[in-house]
Ligand binder design. Sequence first.
Ligand SMILES: [Zn+2]
Ligand SMILES: [Zn+2]
Length: 1023
Amino acid sequence: MAETIFQPLPDKPDHPALEVEVLEWWEGQGTFERLRDRNRGGPTFSFMDGPITANNPAGVHHGHGRTLKDVFQRYKAMRGFDQRYQNGFDSQGLWVEVEVEKSLGLKSKKDIEEYGLAEFARKCRERVAHYSEVMTDQCRRLGQWMDWDNDYYTFSDTNIEYIWGFLKTVQERGWLYKGHRSTQWCPRCGTSLSQHEQAGEENYVDMEHPSLFVRFPLVGRKDESLVVWTTTPWTLPANIAAAVRPDADYGLTADGRWVAVARFPDESFVRTVRGEELVGLEYDGPFDALAAQAGVTHVVIPWDEVSLDEGTGIVHIAPGAGAEDFELARVHDLPVLAPIDEAGRMLPEYGALAGFTTDEVAVRVTEDLHERGLLVDETTITHRYPICWRCKTPLVFRVVDDWFISAGEIRQPMLDANDTVEWTPPQYKKRMDDWLRNMSDWNISRKRYFGLPLPFYPCECGHLNVIGSRAELEARAVSGLEQLEELHRPWVDAVRISCEACEREVERIPEVGDAWLDAGIVHFSTLGWHNPEWREHGYATGASAGLSGADLPDHAYWEKWYPADWVSEMREQIRLWFYSQCFMAVTLTGISPYRKVLTYEKVFDERGKAMHKSTGNAIELNEALERMGADVMRWIYCAQTPSEPLRFGYAHADEVKRRFLTFWNSVSFFVLYANIDGFRPSWTELEPEGDLEPLDRWLVERTHAFVADATAGYESWLTVDVVRDFEEYLEDLSNWYIRRSRARFWKGDAAALQTLWYALVQTVRVLAPIVPFLAEHVWRNLVAGACEDAPESVHLAPWPETTPPDRALLDEIAEVRRVVELGRQARSTSGLKLRQPLRRMIVEGVSAARTHEAEIRDELRVRDVEFGHVEAVEVRVKPNLPVLGPKLGKELGAVRAALQAGEFEELDGGRFRVNGRILEPDEVLVERGGREGWAVASADGVTVALDTTLDDDLLLEADAYELIHAVNSLRKERGFDVTDRIALTVPKPRAGTVDAYGERIKDEVLALEIRIGDGLEIEKRGA
Ligand SMILES: [Zn+2]
Ligand SMILES: [Zn+2]
């Protein structure tokens, strides 16, 4: 045996172990740094990372996005692009606060204030510091190559200052305003929430609430009442008005109740009037005795939006507890009673209800109405109800002051900007447009603690001071600078400035900013926009000092890298990050901050259920990495069509491992024979040339096609295409090329070895971005370890050149494979094993495959192939009921009868015309019968017929194949080397087989002699 050039492979790969070894090797070799050095100064590919919340360990859903980012960065790096690899951590806002509250056992905002804002801010930073480290380890293990020591953190003072600058611009444009409106409010978090945070489906759940029908007695109309319906009894004490639809009919029942006629069609009414006639009537409110209600006159108002699909057609209006109610109050100039405080508890002026939560109030209100005879009916209702996106508490409406950025003037420029963006998948571009068309003004204020301090300093003179930078703050400060540790509460709150209009001393509003401001500004804050001089480690300021070494680049750098060529996040980011970065960038620069977007759907569990820690079906990234390995996970992510949700789980992983094993076995096969024959490849002479067999030429062309197709997949941001191309290629490689070339490998055919090596090398290069570990492992064995002139790492190898493949040749072999596949089908429907040779077959409907008669004969074990007409093929077509039944309905009977009677026409592509309609392939079940003694199969216009008649000679030959199979199994079982020669003993009853086919058997099992004896036996012989 020759020198071992290639390392023999174990039966199957241990992915996690292999990956850890590769990680260490990369680390030791400085592979990533070398790659960056090599590409420095090359063409740029600007990627901007959307920050990940450093708040908990990453789950497998994070792995999805991280993998896609890494795949395309690796791909672009192999193509020589100079890139930025800055990872981002989202590090302030409600996310972090709520988790820190939980860990400290704090239950309310009051608790936080008692705990102390400074200490609370420190705890928030600590949590971020801890989990950013945890996540970094996880992402490294996943194979993500990033500049891990130079991350950006959205809580850095630099980031905050850039947002301040943005807000100042917004104010200068006249878009900033303080709004007083009814808003969705989380009573636990004690803050309002904005449309874009709450818009996700996951923020609505089915909840059961009371459903009350309540009487409002009319003033001056003895024994007449309006009847209203409500599912939020806590809002009744804040009732101001009752709304009716002016154009609807309302009826008075015999017992004195006014309701909409349309809602009670079976009721007989003593009087009926149009809604407009009720408008202006006054009624006694349900809780007029409360101090809050002092001086309120309750009136009936008109409202065109009153629903006649539910309730009574008369709507209770509490302007302080509902968004539409609040708008109606504006129109009709009604008083607004806001019944609850920040924590969702009733205010003191609500008497006996004061201090209770909305749920507690509901019970008391119901009892009270009942006692006073105002309750007409009481049931419950289950409906979709909004919950806080962060803490899952059911939301209420409150009227509060919030800060808004008007969206009016920026809407069209943002739509124009989005028009320049290339979205993958393309249909998501319209989703973004829809969001931009419908977005309301941006509610940027949160009544919270550890977040972006809004730099707003209103003055009693009426002037709103907005600070645009730390320097400006310092210049205008009158006190508090000495204690300003970082731009966070409480330190920043203590800095007072002088009003630029009247020089009065003013203080900051207490609100912090929406976290999407933090993430939206990073195209500016991390790239040094308008920064005159490069500052080393200058980005890592404030809370991020000590966590990152990131520089603050200068403006020239920003010019070079802005806008990003590519960003990629989940689809829900359309209303979050894609939106906020677009809003801020279009405001500041007028153009989109990204040229291309890849977006994708969610990760679910294997049964298609959302993953939640609480339901126990969430999988942590670590656990999956340890159990299945990073490459398997990356493959699962990359195999997913981005517009469809991904199902992730261990069964799925096992499937992927099986596919990897086919590839592994192909490599292993190569290594085995290449070592035996002392094959020595050369990196500079990669592509096989010279004396090639037709099959080799085909594999070279097939490889050209694979490289070209997979490259096109990467170029269109669709890893799913790359995965599919690979799977088809692997099938051709292992199940056609290798299988058909086995005998040549046994004989040490140099052209076969060279061709297979070339195919495997090109495969690992193409797969390297998706499965960086497996590809590296194989590369080091097949290429770096065998060729002195090859790059040490596959990731340092250039992207393979794309050569236009010879498609005519590929189509020709595809046709041969189709004939073989149909032949196999025909065999299996007739119960004929492949080891049973047959006399004859007829093939109809092929052209190029005619020159491959020998291969077809060989593959299908038929002695004679004819190309011609297959006679008398009987086609039986039945309706596929589960598909066709619902589609055809009553027409099904007629279609079925026509099919049964044979009254149909067969069309291309497996379709049929019957009764004037066309049935698709999946709508019918097709059986084909040949003449007696023939097995027939057909598809796509190709038909094959196999002669199933057997004779003695065919049976003997079949036995020879059985024997060869049995001996080879025995060789393997005994652990014989593939090159060992043997002596074979065959039992007496099979002597006839040996007489007829002895030479072939000897050849196939490397037997030097065959003896007849009592049983099947083998022993080693010297050559
Ligand atoms: Zn909340
Ligand atoms: Zn002033």
